[in-house]
Design a protein around this ligand. Structure first.
Ligand code: ADE
Length: 373
């Protein structure tokens, strides 16, 4: 590891927060550098420190003013956390940051990386500051097949860095890793010929630098199964409006039951809610075996086939059925709903709204269901 420190002495970046370092200024710079490029932070850091030179001044400031000094850095929760942290430091640590990593961790907004960075850079406390750079360098150095975001990766790299840390100038060691990660051991095209570890790095010796660390496995797109029912009552079609929030918000859709139901299961569902007879899958409702109760509607079910729709984060696998309800009494006309019993009409109205074909064609309809429209 002496090679790393030698490399650092020759190549370290000349950055403002490395010049007149205090625990407070280290905290501010580390907060600004989270998710933000060094070049962006360069302007903000001195301005912020000039206006808020210590925890007391930051704790006493209004949120509006602190936000003004943060404007353009983004992720305003960091500024809010700094204010909460400053108040905590004033209340619990007499206005000065503590040196021990475990006490730093008590401060709102300070996590393991930042507590390690402040303890090592500002107090010479031999504590690792494990961030993405550090994980990348160590996973390559030892060809560790680790996934960066996992807790066990953090633990593994933390203990390796801890073992490698010198007692003297642990802050230089941590900042050397930060600079090596930014300047040489970069994610996509590492400059291995400039690296102090080029003769010992396992990933480089294998010629597989960019295979480490492992990429986070992509999550499988979740799949939902739906049964879409296009229900005709006479010539009207049963539709419903989706909730005003969430997927396909506010659009119209057909009746949608969970799961991919068979025709038989759809018949059973129909029986359970409308009291219509349930034929076997191969049978039509109008077949001779279907009891002909004049108070019950006739129902014909026909498969509309399978379809799928892929949303950005979700896949729907659908099966569709057309159901035609009509009066089973000989006098009833199948072209309107007036012949359906009041009970059935009331039940349908609970499921949705019956619309005429003209109304149906003018509705804002969920395109996911276009195969059944
Ligand atoms: N990124 C995060 N902390 C840093 C530091 N102290 N120096 C350079 N880059 C950094």
């Amino acid at each position: 590891m002496t090679d790393l420190l030698t490399w650092y002495l020759e190549n370290r970046r000349d950055l403002p927060w490395r010049k007149h370092r205090t625990p407070y200024s280290t905290w501010i710079s580390e907060a600004m550098l989270q998710q933000t490029r060094v070049t962006t932070v360069l302007d903000y850091y001195p301005r912020f420190l000039k206006r808020f030179p210590d925890p007391a001044s930051l704790a006493a400031a209004s949120e509006d003013e602190v936000f003004k000094y943060w404007e353009g850095l983004g992720y305003y929760s960091r500024a809010r956390n700094l204010m909460r942290g400053a108040a905590y430091i004033c209340e619990h640590f007499d206005g000065s940051l503590p040196s021990r990593p475990d006490l730093l961790l008590e401060i709102p907004g300070i996590g393991p990386y930042m507590s390690g960075a402040i303890a090592s850079l500002a107090f010479d406390y031999p504590e690792p500051a494990v961030d993405g750079n550090c994980i990348r360098i160590y996973s390559r150095l030892h060809a560790l097949p680790v996934v960066p975001s996992e807790k066990r990766t953090y633990d593994e790299i933390y203990s390796r860095v801890k073992k490698d840390m010198p007692e003297e100038n642990p802050g230089d060691f941590n900042e050397a890793l930060m600079d090596l990660g930014s300047l040489v051991c970069t994610p996509k095209s590492p400059r291995c010929s400039l690296c102090p570890f080029s003769t010992t790095c396992s990933a480089h010796l294998l010629g597989k630098e960019t295979d480490f660390p492992l990429k986070k496995p992509k999550k499988e797109t979740p799949v939902e199964e739906h049964t879409i029912l296009k229900i005709y009552a006479g010539d009207r079609i049963l539709v419903r409006k989706r909730p005003s929030q969430g997927l396909l918000a506010g659009l119209f859709e057909l009746i949608d039951l969970p799961g991919n139901l068979t025709q038989e299961e759809v018949s059973e569902w129909l029986l359970s809610i409308l009291g219509t007879p349930a034929p076997k899958a191969e049978e039509s409702f109008t077949s001779e075996k279907a009891p002909s109760d004049p108070t019950k509607p006739k129902a014909d079910i026909r498969s509309l086939g399978a379809s799928r729709h892929i949303f950005s984060h979700l896949r729907w696998n659908m099966v569709g059925y057309e159901i035609r309800l009509s009066s089973s009494s000989p006098s009833g006309s199948s072209a309107d709903t007036s012949s359906l019993s009041d009970d059935i009409s009331a039940m349908l109205q609970k499921l949705g709204t019956l619309v005429t074909p003209e109304e149906y064609s003018s509705l804002a309809f969920a395109s996911a269901l276009s195969a059944y429209r």
